[in-house]
Ligand binder design. Structure first.
Ligand SMILES: [Zn+2]
Length: 407
């Protein structure tokens, strides 16, 4: 936990934690985590999208490997544990092995980008491992007009070498520890949970275009107010999600142009984030919200355009690993609990190519993405204990060691 707090001090903002993709403080973060990993006899490198990768070898030279880790980037005004704890815990597990070698090596990965803050697209780090960083993504620009490709170059890396970051065929699986970021485990009084699925999500950007005009001279019945149209739709989004048990839908960003007190809004740009464990339910709800945006626009003489920023189906975690995690949680003296993750994680990207699973740690107050985000010291100890049992179980499992990778 002290290590997580230390990493939280590497920030783009004074007085708060914000560490986005390949920002200057990410370099300090790499230096710090590298020094811990090197002291454990790990070989450390940074791949071409800025993922920090430390390798702890297996018992024999040709041994396969498992991947463990999470992300090192943060949202603005972040807490100290989201993502970071998963990387620190993985390194802590290697430390707990006390130089014991397993039939597989352990590669600890600190992903460079998971939150999607800088470029509006999440998972740049893990996408590189499954070969999904394409030209479109490399061309995306941040708010200062700097492209992903340029940011990679500015960090001293070579975007032409991203293909080298891809998984090889020696990977047996990926395991990620992460804070729950919700209230379920706390409600049940359980420190650890086994994630069985990650809900699907869509992220879209809607642009409502009306007519900017004088706030004093334009009668109410002759207006095409883009913001009023967006506002009506935002309430419709909330209403739809409230009416269906599993769905969560959020408009978390609105930008209005020209943005003056005495000018009717000519344009309003709003994001939509919608999630559900059922792909069918989510897709139907999304279609309905698009239909509602269009009908609100038509009625108000406002045109509505939308584009997809992210479309991610629900992802099941590997059943064998989930079961092994439940055993390990039990061996650590805790009652296991299976749950779905409402947040997206690197594990769902890696699950495209390798068996992946996650272990959640209880989030006090269910709080995350805020400086008040925390974990209980005892829960972290239980997580380490669970992790060690898990590694021991997997090391003894012929079923696991006999697996071949789809990468
Ligand atoms: Zn996270």
């Amino acid at each position: 936990m002290a290590r997580c707090q230390k990493l939280a001090s590497f920030s783009e903002d004074a007085g708060g934690t914000r560490r986005t993709f390949l920002s200057a403080p990410m370099r300090d973060c790499h230096r710090e985590v590298s020094s811990w990993m090197k002291s454990l006899g790990m070989t450390v490198s940074v791949d071409a999208v800025g993922n920090l990768r430390g390798f702890y070898p297996g018992a024999s030279p040709g041994a396969p490997r498992i991947l463990m880790g999470s992300h090192l980037d943060t949202v603005p005004n972040a807490g100290a544990y989201d993502g970071i704890l998963g990387v620190v815990l993985a390194a802590g597990l290697v430390e707990s092995l006390e130089e014991r070698k397993l039939p597989f090596g352990i590669e600890v990965i600190g992903f460079s980008e998971e939150e999607g803050v800088r470029f509006g697209v999440p998972f740049i780090g893990s996408r590189a491992l499954v070969g999904r960083v394409d030209e479109e993504l490399l061309g995306r620009k941040d708010e200062h007009g700097v492209s992903v490709r340029k940011s990679i170059q500015d960090f001293g890396l070579n975007a032409n070498e991203i293909f080298k970051a891809a998984l090889r065929d020696d990977v047996l699986g990926y395991i990620e520890f992460h804070i729950e970021q919700g209230p379920a485990l706390e409600d049940l009084g359980r420190p650890l949970g086994a994630v069985e699925a990650i809900v699907g999500q869509n992220r879209l950007e809607f642009t409502f275009s009306g007519q900017a005009n004088h706030a004093g001279t334009t009668p109410m019945n002759l207006r095409h107010d883009a913001l009023a149209a967006a506002a009506e739709w935002i309430v419709a989004v909330e209403k739809l999600a409230q009416g269906s048990p599993g769905i969560v839908a959020t408009v978390g960003f609105v930008e209005v142009k020209p943005g003056a007190a005495n000018v009717i809004a000519g344009q309003a740009r709003a994001t939509l984030d919608i999630r559900d464990a059922s792909d069918r339910v989510r897709t139907e709800a999304l279609d309905e919200l698009i239909r509602q945006a269009e009908s609100i626009g038509t009625r108000r003489g406002v045109t509505v355009k939308w584009r997809t920023l992210l479309a991610q189906n629900a992802v099941a975690m590997d059943p064998f690993l989930v079961q092994q995690i439940e055993h390990a949680i039990q061996k650590a003296g805790c009652e296991p609990h299976r749950l779905a993750s409402g947040a997206g994680h690197d594990a769902m990207i890696l699950a495209e190519k390798v068996p992946a699973a996650m272990i959640f740690l209880r989030s006090p107050g269910g709080i995350s993405h805020d400086p008040a985000e925390s974990v209980h010291l005892d829960d972290v100890a239980k997580a380490l204990e669970c992790g060690l049992h898990l590694l021991t179980q997997l090391a003894a499992s012929q079923e696991f060691l006999g697996r071949t990778c789809r990468a």
